[in-house]
Ligand binder design. Structure first.
Ligand code: OOG
Ligand code: MG
Length: 256
């Protein structure tokens, strides 16, 4: 059987070269979720060896809309690096991705470490600020199709993120309306409440799940709470603007 390091190289190279690959579970149907997180850690270690730096974590499949869109109904998480952070208002280069999609999220940045079992109040007390965000997801698997171990090994489709203006951590983001527009037309309408009922629950889950992997959320880490609506496919020429009630908007352009 291919080693975990060998599988990490496969998913990392697929991401680096924007090349679609078959699902790992096609040939390894018994691949466990635990192995998949080990593959993820090894693939992100390859990025770090190339000079990318830790930026935080992303939570995924924290809303029903997202679970239904990809047919996986477990919460997943992945690791963010500084190379994934994109300049708000700027250009997204379509050719750097396999089949990118965008989804509206909420971003937390931490002032204090957070680890293991914490309450929502404890999680919020560790937060420095909260911002509207957009995540660019790009599954490296053909046709954007995967089973749970595949998506986990592929760093939960992490590939880019935009963060809007930071608001004080006391801002109530539990139920804010979201409108995602493409070239001026609404394509997704939702609420931050779609994220586990309140996005702070996603930060609570992040502390627990990351802790289970022997890591902790650190001061300065950004945590993306997960898509509040289904994701929208990106093609050159699209202008995406997403407004979050009371929090501001985040936008970018897709180019070749
Ligand atoms: C998996 C990653 C899910 C989210 O916010 O739900 C995710 C995928 O949809 O490809 O990032
Ligand atoms: Mg996401």
């Amino acid at each position: 059987m291919t080693s975990l390091a060998g599988l990490a190289q496969i998913v990392d190279e697929a991401a680096r070269t924007a090349t679609a690959i078959p699902q790992l579970t096609d040939t390894l149907p018994t691949l466990t979720v635990e192995d998949a997180y080990a593959i993820q850690a090894l693939s992100v270690a390859r990025r770090r060896a190339r000079g990318e730096r830790r930026a935080g974590y992303k939570m995924g499949l924290t809303s029903r809309a997202k679970m239904q869109q990809v047919g996986v109904s477990e919460v997943v998480w992945g690791r963010l690096t500084d190379a994934m952070r994109l300049a708000e208002g700027g250009d997204l280069f379509r050719s750097r991705y396999v089949h990118p999609r965008v989804e509206p999220e909420v971003a937390y940045i931490l002032a204090k470490p957070l680890e293991g079992e914490v309450s929502a109040a404890e999680a919020l007390a560790a937060v420095e600020a909260i911002a509207p965000a957009l995540e660019i997801i790009d599954s490296r698997y053909q046709n954007f199709k995967f089973a749970l171990p595949d998506v986990v090994a592929d760093n939960s489709s992490s590939s880019g993120f935009y963060v809007g203006s930071w608001a004080p951590r006391t801002t109530d983001v539990s139920n804010l309306g979201i409108v995602m527009e493409v070239n001026g037309r609404p394509v997704q309408i939702g609420s931050t409440a779609a994220i586990l009922g309140d996005p702070i629950r996603s930060l609570v889950a992040a502390a627990r799940l990351v802790g289970r992997a022997g890591e902790r959320l650190e001061p300065g880490d950004i945590v993306l709470a997960g898509g509040a609506t289904a994701a929208h496919p990106l093609t050159p020429g699209l202008h995406v603007r997403t407004a979050f009630q009371g929090l501001g908007a985040v936008s970018f352009h897709v180019v070749d």
